[in-house]
Design a protein around this ligand. Structure first.
Ligand code: TTP
Ligand code: MG
Length: 413
């Protein structure tokens, strides 16, 4: 192996059942249960990911939801929310940057870290990995699997070897032995089609592929053939390329496609209140307040109307956001009066720390503070406004199906 590769220390971190674990953390009543995260729990969609409890029943990422539900009927379905997961990724990045500036986001839940120059500060790369794992557990209440290797290819291979909650080191001396019997598909960059083509030729492992002369691979696959030849020998000189994921937060919003059209003002306002509470909670978590509130309404004939209102003060309380939405709602002429989607967004943001208090109403501020603390501990919508309680929906039975955004009864409380 090339000297330059051999002397590097690369860490690859892959979060365990990422979307599902974030949902379990935010809603502790989902802990220990089979959870499936998907696009739209009410619609035709595929599994984005699932908790390890659901994997026991054969549920997998990419599987059609119908098939997954047959395999595991007791699974709890949750609609995914990419902004939540991106926010968690930013929190992970903040931890990783304490150990090196060379941090590369590889996917929504995978990060590379080059600690070649910094490992001596913490005694070893393994010590760094252990510390990162324990901080992610303690500070974010999530688990991850980490691999350490002399390059990105081998670090990524290592992180997948002991999932979940694993830590695996591949040293240069082990590379030949590990790759000899490794099926081709397990090496990052070798897809199913290429694997099938090699399998047809009787080549199943990296060791076997490594023995094919490089000129032959180059002749049939061009430069990729040369790259494959190197990969199968565990060679990879690609650098960890830091790019800063400091996405400037411009707005925070949530929208919701209703399971069936609604038309009553009380119903519409109730969903808007639920959405406004979600937006307020996210703003407070991110430490922002905003001055512009937008309301989006899509009717059953897909006519879509969006209206904004900018106010004098920066707000981040769900109830205040709702009040602004109520005044916007009065200005929206509805064509069919049958609503299929509602959305609430707050923009013109500023950091809430810049002002002593963003909330005009001190009582509201106190309520938000207390409910945030309770909901952080026991799950979203554990403590909520009475008008969002399921019991208040009895007169309008079908609204019970709003459970995707509204409260789920928490059996632990
Ligand atoms: P993965 O790291 O592939 O899966 P995972 O983190 O859920 O589970 P593991 O413990 O095996 O690492 O993907 C990361 C996230 O990307 C995953 O939580 C959901 C999302 N994702 C999709 O939305 N669709 C997909 O097909 C896959 C594979 C992942
Ligand atoms: Mg993962």
């Amino acid at each position: 192996m090339n000297q330059k590769c051999e002397s590097r220390k690369i860490i690859h971190l892959d979060m365990d059942a990422f979307f599902a674990s974030v949902e379990q953390k935010l809603n502790p009543h989902l802990k220990g249960k089979p959870v499936i995260v998907c696009g739209d729990p009410e619609g035709r969609t595929v599994v984005s990911t699932c908790s390890y409890e659901a994997r026991k029943y054969g549920v997998k990422s990419g599987m059609p939801l119908g098939k997954a539900r047959k395999r595991c009927p007791q699974a709890i379905l949750v609609g995914g929310d990419i902004e939540k997961y991106l926010h968690t990724l930013l929190e992970i990045m903040n931890i990783l940057r304490d150990y090196s500036d060379l941090v590369e986001v590889f996917s929504i839940d995978e990060v590379f870290l080059d600690v070649t120059e910094t490992e001596h500060l913490f005694s070893s790369a393994e010590k760094i990995a252990k510390e990162i794992k324990s901080r992610i557990k303690k500070e974010l209440n999530l688990t991850c699997s980490i691999g350490i290797g002399p390059n990105k290819l081998l670090a990524k291979l290592a992180s997948g070897m002991n999932k979940p909650d694993g830590l695996t080191v591949i040293s240069s001396s082990q590379v030949g032995e590990i790759l000899e019997s490794l099926p081709l598909s397990e090496l990052c960059g070798i897809g199913q089609n290429l694997e099938a083509a090699f399998n047809k030729m009787g080549v199943r492992t990296c060791g076997e592929l490594a023995r094919i002369p490089v000129w032959k691979l180059k002749k049939s696959l061009g430069l990729y053939g040369v790259q494959l030849h190197q990969m199968c020998r565990g060679m990879d000189e690609s650098p960890v390329e830091p790019h800063w994921l400091e996405r400037e937060v411009k707005s925070v919003g949530h929208s919701y496609t209703l399971p069936c059209d609604i038309s009553y003002k009380t119903e519409i306002e109730r969903v808007i209140l639920g959405l406004a509470e979600k937006v307020g909670r996210r703003l407070r978590k991110l430490g922002y307040g905003g001055r512009t509130v937008s309301l989006v309404i899509r009717e059953s004939d897909f006519t879509t109307c969006s209206r904004n209102k900018t106010i004098d003060t920066y707000i981040n309380s769900g109830y205040e956001i709702f009040k602004v939405c109520q005044s916007i709602l009065k200005r929206i002429p509805l064509q069919t009066k049958k609503i299929r989607l509602l959305g609430v967004r707050v923009s013109s943001l500023r950091k809430s720390g810049l002002q002593p208090s963003l909330v005009k109403d001190k009582k509201l501020e106190k309520i938000d503070r207390v409910s945030d603390r309770i909901n952080d501990k026991f799950g979203e919508f554990t403590l909520l406004r009475a008008s969002l309680l399921e019991d208040s929906l009895k007169p309008i039975g079908h609204l019970k199906r709003f459970s995707a955004i509204l409260p789920r009864k928490n059996p632990n409380i």
